[in-house]
Design a binder for this molecule. Sequence first.
Ligand code: PEP
Length: 247
Amino acid sequence: MTKLIAGNWKMNGLVASSQVLAHGLADKVKANPGRADVAICPPGPLIRDALSAVSGSPISVGGQDCHANESGAHTGDTSAALLADMGCSSVILGHSERRADHGETSALVKNKAQAALNAGLVVIVCVGESEAERDAGQAETVIGQQIDGSLPAGGTPQTVVIAYEPVWAIGTGRTPSLQEIRAIHVFIRNRAQESHGLGDGLRILYGGSVKPGNASEILAIQGVDGALVGGASLTVEDFWGIIENCP
Ligand code: PEP
């Protein structure tokens, strides 16, 4: 399966700097096609500029969140339909920062994912345990509940992607061991199969401090179908350094 490398820009970038980043990436990917499927997920107000910067390249653009309703009185929110209408292909949902900063529950994430599927977007649903949960031996319990509760009904391996992001590895420079990543990915695939019939062909990404220096060993793990990348997606050099390390 072709790896998917998705860059989560989070709340980073201004108009000019994001143009430099998106154009630089598009140039790299156009000059070296076929290494991986590549997506960038800029902050909402930068999506339109990012779409025009990468047009003519195989890079797709995604949102970082959407509302669960189709439209309406939801100040500050963005509908899945608008993301799709602008030209986005995907949306990240249930990122741990949204679960923590905005109190998003798995039930809400599921409703958002349902709205995104209805709008024709691929959903990248994030799951992952905190350090305390890990230390208490609760990682699989927590991740299992997140999978059961967050995945939409009616998704397929073409429309649903799961990103395994241990919260303690995000932006910290720490990562689980390669064996731990492999084991959790096996667990996630089995659970997604049991709960939603989604195991075979499902893309499961690893996210959490992926950088050029560790990308090749992480992406070589069986069952790791790509990466969701935060900090290292913010420079052409680092993000391309991950893409070109795809096995
Ligand atoms: C993320 O937040 O999705 C992420 C993986 O961040 P980082 O790569 O910076 O750890």
